[in-house]
Design a protein around this ligand. Structure first.
Ligand code: C2E
Ligand code: MG
Ligand code: MG
Length: 518
């Protein structure tokens, strides 16, 4: 049930004015009465005489009519007051409550925060401001429609509301953002509250007969440490939330001073990346892949590079930013086309070209057409193309759609490898149902081969698994001869890494190909 938690400053002012007016009216009536007494005003007698003298004016009727008018006026005024009150109620409901979730809206939440800050200042307490933003809510709206999306927003609000005390506040700031305000007598009270808020994500929401798990990113700022007024605290909690979103780990982040700088650097990277995409400021490098069965280079993996202000930006870093901001669709397509074009200069017809594809690229509804289009533009044989997708692209809920895309690609003749295998969350049950061709074991395992027996056993198991599933298996990140030999003994088909060859530019690669054929 919706209830007002605090009085707004306007409400307070109106109440004060009513009190003041009541006092002034009483005072004036008292003064006038005193004056009448002192001045011995004979009003009634004069009226009496006047009515006697003007009997023919029908004074009784006139007086009665005036009385009826007065009573009618009073009744009318009372009814209008009632109307005004309901109008005010409705206006304040619209002005202060979000109409979807029935929770306090942005204005009212901030007003609550301001008053909580004042109280905390007086009582020497703290206020925790928790900024919550749902992850991938757009997907819910797109899939189930806005009406269902609204229902979900209500349920999320209700769960948050149930996870805190009645005296604390949950508001909806708009979109998929909520604000939770908690008054803390001391800092130790915060952790259990955060835990309860976090737990609200664990239970599925029921939507259209489907169970839907909804995650959120959240950031916390605390009065008085992270800001002294509502605007500063909101900004700090927003920054902390954003940092939680970027980390993608689902932790509720506490605001720290350094966060603002990190965020600024990230904004900078984002806007530079946008410009670089417009100007196509990228180039590709190619890393060889070796067959451990006949020691031949069987292909190359295409890896994108970006030089920003004279320095190379780590590829994984800007690819992740591009993925989160949606720029990957344009960037990924550019990389695919560039690789297909470059390959003419160095790739033999018995070699393959690996091109990386992020989950977002893969999810694109036109993905298969994009690949088909690229192949036909450059006259590239589909049998020479291997798309490297990470496990996370294949664990989405739309399993049928994934399988369909993979099947279409296979029908074209294009192969698909699972990249960074072992660090994701592939369900083996699902894997065996997908038409993939190769597992690329993540370099983390290769690096630990010589030091940890556990990893050695794990790699050996992964190799056996791949072989049993009739897939080829490639070990990434091979940096030493020992690793290479061990992998060979374990039955690994392919290897890639600095020991075999570092990623090199097209110019270097084309030169070396020319050199070796001369
Ligand atoms: P990945 O597909 O797993 O690529 C292998 C990464 O390991 C590359 O990093 C490569 O330079 C690095 N590497 C290869 N051998 C060794 C080694 O022996 N030791 C070590 N320490 N590292 C090695 P890079 O180029 O920084 O790329 C990082 C990730 O960025 C790639 O991981 C891939 O997921 C993504 N990526 C790269 N290029 C593209 C692209 O064109 N499109 C898309 N969508 N993603 C790309
Ligand atoms: Mg790769
Ligand atoms: Mg990899």
């Amino acid at each position: 049930m919706k209830h007002k938690l605090i009085q707004t400053s306007l409400e307070k002012e109106v109440r004060e004015r009513a009190k003041r007016d009541f006092f002034y009216v009483c005072f004036t009536v008292l003064i006038l009465t005193l004056f009448s007494l002192l001045a011995s005003v004979d009003l009634f007698e004069q009226l009496y005489h006047f009515s006697r003298e003007h009997e023919h004016w029908e004074m009784d009727e006139i007086t009665l009519t005036a009385l009826w008018f007065g009573l009618g006026g009073l009744f009318y005024a009372y009814r209008r007051m009632q109307d005004l009150r309901s109008l005010l109620h409705e206006a304040s409901d619209k002005a202060f409550f979000d109409q979807v979730s029935q929770l306090p809206n942005r204005t009212y939440s901030l007003e609550c925060l301001t008053q909580m800050i004042h109280r905390a200042e007086r009582l020497d307490r703290q206020v925790a401001v928790i900024f919550i933003d749902l992850d991938n809510f757009k997907m819910v709206n797109d899939t189930y429609g806005h009406a269902k999306g609204d229902l979900l927003l209500q349920s999320v609000g209700q769960r948050l509301r149930n996870s805190i005390r009645k005296s604390d506040v949950v508001g909806r700031l708009g979109g998929d953002e909520y604000l939770v305000l908690i008054e803390l007598a001391d800092e130790d009270e915060l952790a259990p509250v955060l835990e309860r808020i976090k737990l609200t994500q664990e239970e599925a929401y029921r939507l259209d007969e489907n169970d839907l798990f909804l995650r959120f990113s959240a950031g916390v700022a605390i009065y008085p440490y992270d800001g002294r007024d509502a605007a500063d605290l909101l900004k700090a909690s927003d920054i902390a939330m954003y940092s939680s979103k970027i980390s993608g780990e689902g932790h509720i982040q506490l605001y720290t001073q350094g966060m603002a700088e990190t965020l600024y650097a990230r904004y900078q990277l984002e806007s530079d990346l946008k410009k670089a995409i417009q100007n196509k400021d990228f180039y590709m490098e190619y890393q060889p892949q070796l067959s451990l069965e006949n020691d031949q280079i069987i292909g190359y993996e295409a890896l994108i590079r970006w030089e920003r202000k004279g320095e190379l930006v780590p590829t994984a870093q800007f690819i992740q930013v591009a993925e989160e901001t949606g720029h990957i669709e344009e960037l990924g397509l550019w990389a695919l086309h560039q690789a297909l074009e470059d390959a003419k200069f160095f790739l033999r017809s018995d070699q393959v070209l690996g091109v990386n594809i992020t989950p977002r690229q893969f999810r694109h509804s036109d993905f298969v057409y994009q690949i088909q289009g690229g192949l036909s533009i450059y006259g590239f044989s589909p049998h020479q193309l291997v798309l490297e997708v990470t496990e996370s692209a294949l664990v989405s809920e739309a399993f049928d759609d994934i399988r369909q895309k993979l099947t279409d690609l296979r029908q074209l003749g294009v192969s698909v490898a699972i990249d960074d295998f072992g660090i994701g969350y592939s369900s083996l049950g699902r894997l065996k149902d997908l038409p993939i061709t190769c597992l690329k074991i993540d370099q983390l395992f290769t690096h630990a081969l010589m030091t940890s027996e556990l990893d050695r056993n794990l790699v050996s198991t992964l190799i056996t698994l791949a072989r049993n599933l009739r897939l080829s298996v490639l070990a990434e990140g091979v940096e030493t001869k020992e690793q290479l030999e061990l992998l060979r003994q374990m039955g690994c088909h392919l290897a890639q890494g600095f020991y075999i060859g570092k990623p090199t530019s097209l110019a270097q690669l084309a030169d070396s190909v020319k050199f070796s054929s001369e």
